[in-house]
Design a protein around this ligand. Structure first.
Ligand code: FDA
Length: 381
């Protein structure tokens, strides 16, 4: 049996933060096992060899945060290029800003709104008023934007994304969609928005480059578990896989497929990095063209990825319904009883985390666990 102070399952962001903290702050020996053939989890990016464009294997990743602690933390591992993400939607054959702002409604409905007050008044007239708290994704969307924007943008897009009628989805699905009462065309409003100059994978290489950290890729934890002797384990994989022996039902996820299209000797395919296609007749949700991002190498070609939502594939988005919420709680009760194991990250918590949430969560868990361990040592002494 091999002895390790700390074992980390998964070389994604959550596992990387835990490993980096234990190795650098407490001088502990950390073993990371990753079942995929690469580090970085879903943030993994690489150079498309044919197009010479850096692409993200598991979908576009834009870093944005309001947390000072996270922003400071990530400075250690990369230079960052300021980048404010903007999304364009093709609606009624016209390109409009997404999230909806004054420009979006002026273009779509032939209006001439010029300020926030006018936009608020217009929205108030559109919004559906309920005598109860909106209880599903459709009611939330209608109460926020009214039937016209709902039918043009939110309804077909949400349907394609989840393959379910918005009425069957929880209110949180559309509650997060931002609607602006100004001309702000940015997708995020966080104070820190940037991209790592040499990509995300380089950040992980930097984080793992430490004599206390050993990383094994192509190793499934469950194949080697019996050979490991770990002081403490941080598990960042799916919680239901960890408890597979119980034979309980699985948690459901929504996934994505990315259809790659290469264009030889073509400068750009579309006017922006991300173009959404909400309308029903398109069987895809959006097209991503990484060449628009800063710090890309020079290339005469381009490559695009046509995104479709799917029920099969990598587990990406937890499906927010009562069944899954109740089932997750059952798994969580088991996780709380598991000795010497901490469940961390998006898969173990069955929760969508942005990168900054994942980092903050891991930093705080490290603080909590190490304070607790210190207290236990003091009590023993
Ligand atoms: P992550 O899934 O990255 O890592 C878990 C790792 O554990 C994986 O590498 C997996 O292979 C490994 N593993 C699982 N089981 C194992 C086993 N049995 N043995 C060994 N290894 C195992 N965020 C953001 O801020 N801006 C954005 O633009 C985006 N965009 C985005 C797009 C898409 C499509 C998705 C799905 C997600 C985003 N995100 C995002 C979120 C971001 O990807 C997320 O915050 C981080 O990947 C979370 O990192 P984790 O380490 O928690 O999980």
């Amino acid at each position: 049996q091999q002895q390790h102070d700390i074992c980390v399952v998964g070389a994604g962001l959550s596992g990387a933060v835990i490993a980096e903290r234990y190795a650098t702050q407490l001088n502990q020996k950390v073993l990371i096992v990753e079942k995929r053939g690469h580090i970085g989890g879903n943030c993994y990016d690489f150079l498309d060899p044919q197009a010479n464009v850096r692409i993200s294997k598991y979908g576009a990743h834009l870093f944005h945060t309001k947390h000072e602690r996270v922003w400071e933390y990530v400075q250690q591992f990369s230079e960052w290029t300021p980048y404010e993400h903007k999304v364009i939607g093709l609606v009624n054959n016209t390109h409009v800003p997404i999230p909806v702002n004054i420009d979006t409604v002026n273009t779509l409905f032939g209006l001439q709104l010029t300020n926030s007050q006018q936009m608020d008044q217009w929205l108030a007239k559109e919004q559906v008023k309920y005598d109860h708290e909106p209880s599903n994704a459709e009611e939330v969307a209608l109460s926020r934007v009214g039937p016209r924007l709902y039918d043009l943008i939110f309804k077909p897009y949400t349907k394609k994304q989840w393959d379910r009628d918005p009425k069957e989805l929880g209110p949180e699905v559309t509650a997060r969609i931002p609607v602006r009462n100004d001309f702000d065309g940015r997708y995020f409003s966080d104070p820190y928005q940037a991209l790592p100059k040499r990509g995300y994978t380089a950040i992980f290489e930097r984080m793992f480059h430490h004599p206390n950290i050993q990383v094994y890729t192509n190793v499934d934890y469950f194949d080697v578990r019996s050979q490991l002797d770990c002081g403490r384990t941080y598990y960042t994989g799916p919680i239901d896989t960890y408890f597979a022996d119980l034979g309980w039902e699985k948690l459901q996820y929504r996934s994505l497929t990315f259809e790659r299209q290469f264009y030889k000797n073509k400068d750009f395919f579309q006017p922006a990095f991300v173009v959404n296609h909400p309308y029903e007749s398109a069987d895809f949700t959006r097209i991503v063209e990484y060449k628009h991002l800063p710090d890309q190498p020079k290339s005469p070609h381009t490559v695009i990825f046509v995104e479709r939502s799917s029920d099969v594939g990598e587990p990406y988005y937890p499906i927010p319904n009562q069944r899954n919420k109740d089932l997750f709680r059952k798994y969580q009760d088991m996780a709380n009883k598991e000795p010497k194991v901490t469940f961390v990250g998006r898969l173990a918590n069955y929760k969508y985390f942005n990168m900054d949430d994942a980092i903050l969560n891991a930093l705080e868990l490290f603080d909590q666990d190490t304070q607790q361990q210190q207290k236990q040592r003091q009590e023993k002494a």
